[in-house]
Write a protein that binds this ligand. Structure first.
Ligand SMILES: N[C@@H](CCC(=O)N[C@@H](CS)C(=O)NCC(=O)O)C(=O)O
Length: 223
């Protein structure tokens, strides 16, 4: 078995983080190839759809099989490495709903607080629609921790697909100093301390590229 994961800049690419973290945290061997946003190479290899059917990263390659969506990647990998979803059926159903909700939602928070692992940019008072997303995320995480979190510090106890899925939000809460409840603060702290998250932080810090239109000054000045 030999996976190759095509990803974007680690500092910015929230979608790339999810499968990378899942593979890394579960110790699944893979090789990674980074394509830097806003470069001729990204345009020629990814946006042209030469290597990526939808013109985006991440892309998971497993021999001839191409998987180009991060939720599909989670399912694909979990079929081969079964401990990736919570074992209990009720917890697993909850985790699947949480991941699906993340996959298709929280647009206000995503737009206003893009992932930027290296940066600290506190936002004292998020806009009302962003705060609504934050409140929903906190409710979801608190419910998961309360009902299913008994076996460890992560959403469903042990590290699972759901933690990989919410990892970019954890980085956002950290960057923008989002005010949280103590339960959520403990979860954010636990996920940030995970060795695979620490590796992603170190890799992001080592990147030299700055994508101006992804930086908070640009996004908040443009409002
Ligand atoms: N639904 C996709 C979203 C992937 C996505 O939006 N990727 C962004 C980077 S994080 C991208 O490649 N953007 C480049 C572009 O749209 O040209 C997934 O789940 O993987």
């Amino acid at each position: 078995m030999s996976y190759t994961l095509l990803i974007g800049n680690k500092n910015y690419s929230s979608w790339s983080l999810r499968p990378w973290l899942l593979l890394h945290a579960f110790g699944v061997p893979f090789s990674e190839k980074r394509y830097v946003f806003d470069t001729p190479e990204f345009a020629a290899e990814i946006q042209s759809r030469k290597l990526s059917p939808n013109g985006k990263v991440p892309v998971l390659l497993d021999g001839e099989i191409v998987v180009w969506d991060s939720l599909a990647m989670s399912e694909y990998l979990a079929e081969r490495h079964p401990a990736m979803w919570p074992v209990d059926a009720t917890a697993r159903a909850h985790a699947r709903c949480a991941c699906a909700e993340m996959h298709s939602g929280f647009q206000a928070m995503r737009n206003s607080m893009p992932m930027n692992v290296r940066r600290s940019y506190p936002i004292a008072t998020p806009d009302a629609d962003v705060q609504k997303d934050i409140d929903r995320l906190q409710a979801l995480w608190t419910e998961a921790r309360g009902k299913f979190g008994g076996d460890g510090p992560f959403l469903y106890g042990k590290f699972s697909v759901a933690d990989a899925y919410f990892a970019p939000v954890v980085f956002r809460f950290n960057t923008y100093a989002v005010k949280t409840t103590p339960v959520v603060a403990d979860y954010v702290k636990a996920l940030l301390a995970h060795p695979s998250m620490q590796q992603w932080i170190a890799d992001s810090a080592a990147e030299k590229e700055v994508v101006d239109h992804e930086e908070p000054e640009h996004i908040h000045a443009a409002k």
